[in-house]
Ligand binder design. Structure first.
Ligand code: UDP
Ligand code: MG
Length: 139
């Protein structure tokens, strides 16, 4: 059964380009409620750990460098069918293939610097949320 929470990060390309407010506005406008949110910067070690599932992929080293290169916004979001609906809102990994009107189509720079992260399953949403937040951070 689908749970009602997902996890997102607004990535370094988007925070550096000044797109943070517009992206948060899109997320709220699509019906998501913010349960926890913080502005932070990942250390290289934290980025390695967060993306450990991709260790060994050809893009892993570049991904870790990029994700630790500038601030991010991490957030836990709530909505019915949150994981799938958020993936629909952000669009395909490669912005060239992202549907018109999606966050990645409108704000991403490249397949690597693609503006936002969205969890790919309920299980990973829980793991990723716990990576950044403790229970007392959630309201
Ligand atoms: N990525 C990349 N090159 C690729 C595939 C992925 O740089 O060929 C980066 C990109 O930032 C992506 C992240 O690695 O968002 C995680 O990849 P995943 O396949 O999980 O895509 P997502 O779930 O973010 O759409
Ligand atoms: Mg993914």
């Amino acid at each position: 059964m689908a749970t009602n929470r997902t996890f997102t990060m607004i990535k370094p390309d988007a925070t550096a380009a000044g797109h943070t407010g517009k992206i948060i506005d899109r997320i709220i406008g699509a019906g998501f409620t913010i349960k926890a949110m913080k502005w932070t910067q990942l250390s290289k070690e934290e980025a390695q750990a967060f993306y450990a599932v991709h260790a060994g992929r050809p893009f892993y080293r570049e991904l870790v460098e990029y994700m630790s290169s500038a601030p991010i916004v991490a957030a836990i979001l709530e909505k019915d069918n949150a994981v799938a609906d958020f993936r629909d809102l952000i669009g395909a990994t490669n912005p060239a293939e992202a549907a018109p009107g999606t966050i990645r189509a409108d704000f991403a720079e490249s397949i690597a610097a693609n503006a936002v992260h969205g969890s790919d399953s309920d299980e990973n949403a829980l793991i990723e949320g716990k990576f950044h937040f403790s229970a007392s951070d959630i309201a």
